[in-house]
Design a protein around this ligand. Structure first.
Ligand code: CA
Length: 702
């Protein structure tokens, strides 16, 4: 009896001291985040405002900003991460979910971690093999991997502490977003909305890696018991047998957290497939897809949701970053959440309860005529419902979004939000013969018919319509204050600083600084590659630095192909670039990109019906990486120049047998069959012949 009591006492003391140690760590992690020189969370803080309080680098002296150091990554795929810096050490991810720790003042590598993501995973993700960064505590670094693992590393040496598989079933649950630490929980969502997954967000114990809760964003088959009342309510808003294609609603990007309210915030992705229910008929609201949501951090229970795009059929993911701040609206102090949504509207919500306060278009919008502030619902243009009309509709914005994952920033000094805005309309047409498949993109739209027309005039007009800019937006007045136009879309995220500066990188390889208050261009640096990531700022021993990851990539160059050339033609050179006022480093001289002429293609003209079949297969299974028209925009090789077009054995080895599967080119012969891959070859040969003929004609005209 006495022994038992003593044992119980000892285990009680142990449990208490473990809990106290964990509580101490939570406190220290919070303290670490609030040190002004640190940038301890990808979004600067859990409020994701991306505002640096540092002002040593400012509008008066930014003209003297120089490269202090650079660090070359071992990859040539897109870089989307925002690094974090804690007490002089920088932690970042690079493509393929690799992690690096470096001295923040010199760029000296301290340790690196490679989760060894299998290369063939690249065939089962939509948008490049990217990663958007880590989360850290006093002694740990967390990273999500492209193959769906959440991993904890020792912050001081990079050694693996634990690894949790976050996926369910056989579907490809990827992770590209940065995790978020909230107290002793690390929160993560998943990607895969175009690959038949059911969206959810999960919390894990930072110490043990044990899963504490999971909140599904879409309901399962209603024949099964609902996980909670939120799922029961959501199920009434769906039609057809949505669960067969997972439903979508993925939480693939941004998370924010309000410790006072105990709420974690995130956006959810499109309903799947894009074009409505698999069996036809009208899509309902499809909760909680295309929504901004809040959950109670303690147990992952539903707090509120606001659906930005009910009955989404345009891929209007609401996963863009969510900035938390306080604003005076109509004379009242409000705790708000701000988002520049893919669908073209800038939303201001009350973050305590999800009440819509305002929604104003920040780009030209044609899918709706406005948002009814009473009901919170958009007034949808009936013509935009291509799923119902069966007719083609060119929507503005398109699926690339008026604003995508490239984070916006908010400056409490200027009261302005700095949005990497873009205008890239997309032609939507329902695929009447759509069937769900275990490989490739399950979108339900007819990509072959709507691919970029080869008529040079139409092509030029479409490419000409693409735009991109940095806009300064007043979230209270709901209007644009200034803008800086760029050559095209798919530019980087933004950073606002207390030095009255806003920084942004561009797709055509410039890293720029503007005066935050008025948009005056003040500084630029030639980065030798397209930039899509967001900058951040920190200080070491009182000296301020600004850092950005350079490295062209992401969904636009992969899918957009020739469209992406509107923004820039620079190849990927993946690097960390760090700047200081007294920097003395420089980049090695490189040959800037020049367009290589196409080699002569095979001369035999492939049969037209074979080319047409190949175009359909290509659009669904190949175009997601190799671009519309058989050439990825400066990221992957131009297939029209491939030696395999003239070499049966080489084509068979690469396309059918998977000789390049380590780079994501899986054995398509297994899943598609050789008849279909041969048709793809005919299509690519046809594109090569068209391209070569156009090149010859252009040369003759000169
Ligand atoms: Ca999506």
């Amino acid at each position: 009896m006495r022994v038992m009591q003593t044992l119980v006492m000892i285990s009680g003391v142990l449990a208490t001291s473990l809990a106290l140690a964990a509580a101490g760590e939570v406190k220290e992690t919070a303290a670490m985040s609030s040190k002004p020189g640190n940038w301890a969370v990808t979004g600067h803080g859990a409020d994701d405002t991306r505002f640096s309080p540092l002002s040593n680098i400012n509008a008066n002296n930014v003209k003297n900003l120089r490269l202090a150091w650079s660090y070359d990554f071992d990859t040539h795929r897109g870089q989307e991460a925002t690094p974090v810096v804690v007490d002089g050490v920088m932690y970042t991810t690079s493509a393929w979910s690799k992690v690096q720790a470096l001295r923040a003042d010199s760029g000296k590598l301290l340790w690196q971690f490679d989760p060894k993501v299998p290369g063939e995973v690249a065939a089962h993700v939509c948008c490049d093999v990217v990663n958007r960064g880590v989360a850290v505590t006093t002694d740990r670094v967390f990273v999500g991997t492209l193959d769906g693992r959440l991993i904890a590393l020792n912050r001081h040496n990079g050694k693996l502490l634990w690894s949790a598989a976050t996926g369910e079933g056989k579907r490809p649950y990827a992770i590209t977003g940065a995790p978020l630490v909230a107290g002793n929980r690390v929160i993560i969502g998943n990607a895969g909305g175009e690959f038949g997954v059911r969206g959810y967000v999960s919390a894990y114990d930072t110490r043990s890696g044990k899963r504490l809760w999971r909140f599904y964003t879409v309901p399962d088959n209603p024949a099964k018991p609902f996980e909670n009342d939120a799922m029961r309510r959501a199920a009434t808003t769906w039609t057809g047998q949505w669960w067969k294609d997972g439903g979508g609603g993925t939480v693939w990007n941004s998370l924010s957290y309000d410790p006072q309210l105990g709420l974690v915030y995130f956006g959810t992705g499109n309903a799947a497939p894009w074009s409505g229910p698999l069996e036809g008929g009208e899509r309902g609201d499809a909760l909680y897809t295309a929504s901004i949501m809040a959950l109670h951090i303690k147990d992952g229970s539903y707090a509120w949701h606001y659906q930005t795009t009910p009955s989404d059929v345009w891929d209007y993911d609401a996963d863009q970053n969510l900035s938390l701040t306080n604003l005076k609206i109509n004379g009242q102090d409000r705790k708000v959440i701000l988002q520049a949504n893919k669908n073209g509207y800038f939303y201001v919500l009350d973050r305590t309860n999800g009440q819509l306060l305002s929604a104003n278009a920040f780009v030209p919008v044609n899918w709706s005529t406005g948002i009814d502030l009473k009901t919170g619902r958009p007034q949808v243009n009936p013509e935009a419902r291509y799923d119902q009309s069966g007719k083609l509709f060119v929507a503005q914005p398109g699926g690339l979004g008026a604003h995508n994952w490239q984070p916006m920033s908010y400056s409490p000094q200027t009261g302005l939000v700095y949005i990497p805005e873009q205008q890239a309309p997309f032609p939507y047409l329902k695929d009447k013969d759509f069937k769900e498949e275990p490989v490739g993109l399950n979108m339900g739209v007819d990509l072959a018919t709507t691919s970029l027309p080869q008529d040079p005039n139409i092509k030029a007009a479409i490419i000409g319509s693409l735009k991109g800019a940095l806009i300064a937006w007043d979230p209270v007045a709901g209007r644009e204050v200034w803008r800086a136009d760029h050559p095209g879309p798919w530019n980087g995220g933004s950073l606002a600083t207390a030095g009255d500066l806003v920084f942004q990188g561009t797709a055509n390889g410039e890293f720029l600084a503007y005066q935050a208050s008025n948009g005056q261009p003040l500084w630029s640096f030639a980065a030798q590659t397209g930039i899509i990531a967001a900058p951040m700022a920190y200080s070491v021993n009182g000296k301020q630095y600004v850092t950005i990851l350079a490295g062209w990539g992401g969904v636009f160059p992969l899918v957009g192909g020739e469209l992406a050339f509107k923004s820039g033609r620079l190849p990927n050179r993946s690097r960390i670039l760090t700047f200081a006022l007294d920097g003395t480093a420089s980049l090695p001289a490189v040959e800037m990109a020049s367009v290589k002429p196409l080699p002569a293609p095979p001369t035999e003209i492939p049969a037209a019906d074979l080319v047409a079949q190949g175009a359909v297969t290509y659009a669904r299974y190949c175009g997601g990486c190799h671009g519309d028209g058989a050439y990825g925009g400066s990221l992957l090789p131009d297939l029209r120049a491939s030696a395999a077009l003239k070499d049966d054995a080489l084509w068979d080895a690469i396309v059918n047998k998977g000789a390049l599967k380590n780079q994501g080119m899986i054995a398509w012969g297994d899943s598609l069959g050789v008849t279909r891959t041969q048709a793809v070859r005919a299509f690519v040969i046809s594109r090569a012949q068209q391209g070569y003929a156009a090149q010859t004609a252009a040369a003759a005209n000169h």
